[in-house]
Design a protein around this ligand. Structure first.
Ligand SMILES: Nc1ncnc2c1ncn2[C@@H]1O[C@H](COP(=O)(O)OP(=O)(O)OP(=O)(O)O)[C@@H](O)[C@H]1O
Length: 308
């Protein structure tokens, strides 16, 4: 896949505080790219730098091969940005808000009307077009905010923690919309501190912690590279680990044991054979432990992803 966005050796400081420390990554056109990290990791700062809202002090950011620092008009055309803070006029209707934001992108007349209808349909709010925004739930406001960033048909949509504090219905709408946009070829950059959102939506991701890039790549690559491989078993007799040199660590878990090893499938086969041959007690349960981003984060940082 072709690269649409390239970040090289980006560092950002606020006073003496280094909030991004030599980070580099690139994003393929049409992918959904997750920026995962705890609060304060530097996700919002990265996004503001990508849109040109913040100036790049050192390093470079290129969108479609153009430097964001010098190609501001191009960036405005191809990027839609949905900040964490909802920015809407509460006393105006959803439609009037979109008329205002469309005007900022130079849209008007029939074209603007058509785009407003499309984005309201995409966000599931067409029937609320004439209602005042102040009557909307937090999730509906968020959806109007996303709608406003889509009016000019951007090639890249940047969403900063769009599901924080919203209702499940709006969350589902947002997820559905992201999938449809990605299928239509829009590149999505999505920040969150919820790992399950990255697992559900993103094909590629970067994990940020304390301003450092601690892992990046496709979701399956990262899970494969960094997560501990293990088998979970429940059997009557405590397993004699010494009989299995492949087992690197045994940890009690629920009713059974987690057996860490490099080749979980071959360990499973051996255990099943040995149980069938009566060498170990009968196995009441045996399963491959599913690697998760939570495990990856823990193994890379030694801490759980803080879920404030
Ligand atoms: N304008 C600013 N001036 C000074 N420090 C800032 C500014 N913006 C962000 N920071 C600091 O930079 C660090 C990274 O913040 P950032 O908002 O990018 O993190 P984040 O990963 O998006 O976290 P959150 O989920 O809380 O938004 C934090 O320590 C924050 O206090």
């Amino acid at each position: 896949m072709k690269t649409i966005l390239d970040v090289d050796d980006l560092t950002k400081t606020f006073g003496t505080n280094t909030v991004l420390d030599h980070i580099s990554f690139s994003i393929s056109r049409g992918s959904c790219y997750g920026l995962l990290g705890p609060n304060g990791a530097g996700k919002s700062t990265t996004m503001k730098l990508l849109t040109g809202i913040l100036e790049t002090p050192t390093g470079s950011i290129k969108i479609l091969g153009h430097d964001v620092a010098t190609a501001r008009d191009m960036v405005q055309k191809v990027v839609g940005y949905v900040p964490q803070e909802i920015t809407l006029y509460e006393k105006l209707s959803a439609e009037d808000n979109l008329i205002f934001f469309g005007g900022l992108y130079g849209l008007k007349g029939k074209q603007l009307k058509e785009r407003i209808r499309t984005v309201l349909t995409d966000t599931g709010l067409l029937d609320r077009a004439n209602d005042l925004v102040k009557t909307f739930s937090g999730g509906m406001k968020r959806r109007i905010n996303i709608a406003s960033a889509l009016l000019h048909e951007p090639q890249i949509l940047i969403l900063d923690e769009p599901t924080v504090g919203i209702d499940p219905q709006s969350r589902n709408h947002i997820f559905g919309m992201i999938r449809r946009l990605r299928d239509a070829g829009v590149t999505i950059i999505y920040s969150t501190h919820y790992m399950e959102e990255v697992e559900a939506l993103c094909d590629e991701l970067a994990i940020l912690d304390h301003g450092k890039m601690i892992a990046q790549g496709s979701l399956s690559d990262i899970l494969d590279r960094f997560s501990q491989k293990a088998v979970y078993i429940e059997n009557q007799n405590a397993l004699g680990a010494e009989a299995y040199p492949a087992i690197k660590k045994i940890t009690p878990h629920h009713q059974g044991l987690i057996l860490e090893c490099d080749q979980p499938l071959s360990l499973m086969r051996q255990l099943l054979d040995d149980a069938a041959a009566g060498k170990i007690g009968p196995l009441h349960a045996i399963e491959l432990m599913k690697p998760s981003l939570e495990d990856v984060f823990l193994s890379l940082t030694g801490t759980r992803l803080r879920d404030e």
